[in-house]
Design a protein around this ligand. Structure first.
Ligand code: LIP
Length: 282
């Protein structure tokens, strides 16, 4: 049977590639940098321009589909996942990297139908790497199949995570205590490239065994979640429970053995759900 979402996925790849061109061009020009939730939660005109470009292009081709976009939500649009086909977009994942010229900046497009993720496209625009994953059909980077690492010994692993943009000292303490415990298992190393989407693609590629973070958003992880699972990995909550796209928590790993070992070391901290009513968010 023909794939009902092939046209949407092809469009996502084309639009992500064009969005990446806009990002590369913008790096040559002066940037207007603004702040969102805090002085370290950055946004630029390019984030807004790229989201508008993706939105307009998808809306023209798929007028009945829904959208959740990082910058639209920042501007007050609801962040609610319904059964309708929904594009979940981070136009510039790694905005801080983009601002500083740190070379990992991705366009991330996830697509869900009836709340189930159908495909994910992550274009790591400065590396020119196009990662794709289609539910039940595998994951690829620039057309070559992706496969997670087969490592089951945690002491032989690289684990990725991020410091995020929450500078509450209690939260920072928990982030560092978790990293300290994982480092001292010991593991081969810890890394983080400043974009959740690329961190997840690195798990899918087998370059690192796992990635976890609390405080990210559905648009950071929707596409990567499909790519990791289609490369043979697992995606779950940081407490080992089922993955919840709106929870702002993710643990992606090459297999359950590595994932459950990491779960034991994570000191979780609260993060408002993406789908919490606006007035309840702190
Ligand atoms: C970023 C994530 C990163 C995380 C940051 C932020 P943005 O996304 O991908 O991993 O640590 O807090 O959410 O804001 O650059 O799209």
């Amino acid at each position: 049977m023909a794939d009902p979402w092939q046209g949407a996925m092809d469009h996502a790849v084309a639009v992500a590639r064009k969005a990446g061109e806009i990002i590369r061009e913008a790096l040559q020009n002066d940037m207007k940098i603004m702040c969102k939730s805090s002085s370290v939660d950055l946004v630029t005109k390019t984030d807004q321009q790229v989201e508008q470009f993706i939105f307009d292009s998808v809306r023209e081709k798929f007028p009945t589909h829904s959208f959740i976009g990082e910058e639209s939500v920042a501007a007050g649009q609801p962040c609610t996942l319904t059964d309708n086909p929904t594009w979940i977009i981070d136009p510039v994942d790694g905005t801080t990297n983009f601002v500083h010229g740190f070379p990992f900046v991705a366009v991330s497009i996830g697509f869900a139908v009836k709340k189930e993720l159908e495909f994910g496209v992550v274009y790591s625009s400065l590396e020119d790497k196009m990662y794709t994953g289609r539910r039940g059909k595998g994951a690829y980077c620039n057309g070559l199949p992706l496969q997670v690492s087969d490592q089951t010994d945690i002491s032989q692993c690289i684990i990725n995570s991020e410091m995020g943009s929450n500078r509450d000292p209690e939260v920072v303490d928990k982030i560092f205590s978790t990293m300290r415990k994982i480092l001292c298992i010991p593991v081969h190393g810890m890394r983080g490239v400043g974009t959740a989407a690329v961190n997840m693609c690195l798990v899918a590629s087998g370059a690192v065994e796992a990635y976890f973070e609390i405080g990210i958003h559905c648009w950071d992880m929707a596409a990567g979640a499909v790519i990791v699972t289609e490369a043979g990995g697992v995606v779950m909550d940081v407490d080992g429970g089922p993955f919840d796209l709106m929870s702002r928590r993710v643990l992606a790993a090459n297999n359950k053995t590595i994932a459950t070992r990491i779960v034991k070391e994570i000191d979780a901290f609260p993060a408002d759900r993406d789908d919490a009513p606006q007035q309840e968010k702190q």
